[in-house]
Ligand binder design. Structure first.
Ligand code: ADP
Length: 480
């Protein structure tokens, strides 16, 4: 008996009922390829039913007081934390990440539900002095309506909680589409939502035929907003599809994060930050470092220490005690890392450690460090999304900024320096939505997460995260 047996669901979920389909698709464990579950393969009719259920549930849900919605969200938060280990073990099974990180992700996911339970009560409008005597101007915040949340496999719980928390707090109802690699974590979250008292129809879930589900969600005039986290290519497609019904969009897309280490940095802190920002989730996060820019005077020492730290990582299946690096999600992910390494070596990079598939087989890959990277290489322009740390050398501050900004992406950036003026100067010059200064882990529910340029639209978390699910209605009262 597993810890998560009571949370396991494999159907599609509509109006509070788990339903089956004739066709199913398998979910496999990335660590060993073993079968975990067969999941309902939903498509167009199921998605349309889910949208109708969300629309039917909307009037009652939005009519609740914010406090009433907040109480339900608080219960949901507590239930998630009570099931922290079970949810984490389920996540390890379908996603592959190591248990310690999965446990951390459950708490991170829960934090969004708690945060937005609190923020629900602060959807304040305004009064505005009218330009005409005898008039009064007011604004009200209203839920946008039915929303769709499309989420990736790398953080199967957190990315969903970051959308459902503010959506439900604002008074919206939702259709969710988790990634086919990791639907079970999302479904487990729904089981706990039910127990917390989220009414039928407020959350509905479909997975399976991704293209059909996506098309049905995007074509529906009932769905007023789509919140998506995933690849830039898919984000651009959704943006085009949203045009026909003019949906609101939040897009959290790919990155190409620079990590700049100046000569005056605290070397040990920079290496510790680099390890966290590069190798978390085996390099499969959108804020993972893609390019280390290291100044001449500290370059060799930094590369050496980073190499030692990467070599010391314990690569093992996620449930192995002490495991620090799990497998990549699938073999295509491994192939992309290999292509980036081969291309870089051909163009003059120096292999410091790793570089090959791990002896554990499957989609395990050795933590890899490359020195002497340059902008000719594919890894400078494309997100590797794997355990590959590429080190570029630079001479002066302006050069580092120019090279860091030479990308269409702008999600996260990091810099290490002990010079306060430089820290401010460089963080202001970097074209990115988020900057970590002497800090490698920047994700938290209290701060606005999101990107500029082709990394996306909108912000998640923080006080402004709720606004993404609210419309402002302006009322002009005359004849007073
Ligand atoms: P990744 O490369 O990380 O899998 P994707 O952008 O393909 O990134 O996937 C992120 C999410 O978007 C997943 O839930 C996936 O199923 C979904 N998705 C992919 N293609 C489409 C599409 N055409 N319409 C709607 N959702 C899609």
């Amino acid at each position: 008996m597993t810890t998560y047996a009571s949370l396991l669901r494999t159907g599609w979920y509509c109006n509070g009922i788990w339903q089956t389909t004739v066709k199913t698709y398998p979910v496999n464990n990335p660590a060993n390829g073993e079968w975990v579950a067969d999941v309902a393969l939903a498509g167009t009719p199921e998605t349309e039913a889910a949208i109708a259920a969300a629309a039917a549930a909307l009037p009652a849900w939005r009519a609740n007081t914010a406090k009433a919605r907040a109480e339900i969200l608080q219960r949901w938060f507590r239930l998630i934390m009570q099931h922290q280990v079970a949810l984490a073990e389920l996540m390890v099974m379908e996603q592959g990440k190591v248990l310690s990180e999965a446990v951390g992700e459950v708490a991170y996911a829960a934090s969004f539900i708690e945060w937005f339970a609190e923020e629900a009560k602060r959807a304040n409008g305004k009064t505005i002095p009218a330009p005409k005597t005898g008039n009064q101007i007011l604004t009200f915040k209203e839920p946008v309506g039915v929303i769709a949340a499309i989420t990736p496999w790398n953080f199967p719980l957190a990315m969903l909680a970051r959308k459902l928390g503010p959506a439900l707090a604002a008074g919206c109802t939702a259709v969710i589409k988790p990634a086919n690699e990791t639907p079970l974590s999302a479904f487990a979250l729904i089981v706990l939502a039910e127990q917390a008292g989220v009414p039928a129809g407020v959350i509905n879930a479909v997975s399976g035929d991704t293209v059909a589900i996506g098309a049905a969600l995007m074509a529906s005039p009932v769905v007023r907003k789509v919140s998506f986290t995933g690849s830039t290519a898919t984000g651009k497609l959704l943006m085009r599809q949203a045009a026909d019904t003019v949906k609101k969009l939040s897009l959290e897309l790919g990155g190409n994060a620079p990590f700049i280490v100046f000569d005056d940095a605290d070397l040990d802190a920079a290496v510790a930050g680099a390890m966290a920002a590069k190798f978390r989730n085996s390099g499969q996060t959108c804020v993972c470092v893609n390019r280390f820019y290291v100044q001449d005077g500290i370059y060799h020492r930094f590369v050496q220490k980073l190499t030692e730290a990467a070599q010391a990582l314990k690569v093992a299946p996620g449930m192995t005690p002490g495991a620090q690096q799990g497998p990549l999600i699938h073999l295509q992910a491994v192939e992309k890392v290999e292509i980036h390494i081969q291309d870089a070596l051909k163009l003059g990079a120096k292999l410091m450690c790793g570089g090959e598939r791990h002896a554990l087989g499957g989609s395990f890959f050795q933590p890899t460090v490359l020195a002497d990277a340059n902008e000719e290489m594919r890894l400078a322009h494309e997100e590797t999304f794997g355990p590959l740390a590429a080190c570029f050398r630079f001479t002066d501050e302006q050069e580092a900024i120019t090279r860091a900004n030479a990308t269409p992406f702008g999600l996260a950036a990091y810099l290490y320096t002990r010079d306060l003026a430089r820290a401010f100067r460089v963080s202001q010059a970097l074209e990115s939505g988020m900057v970590g200064i002497n800090e490698g882990i920047i994700s938290t529910e209290v701060a606005p997460f999101g990107g500029v340029k082709e990394s996306g639209l909108g912000r998640e978390g923080s006080d402004i995260g709720l606004d993404e699910y609210l419309e402002t209605k302006y009322v002009n009262l005359g004849q007073l």
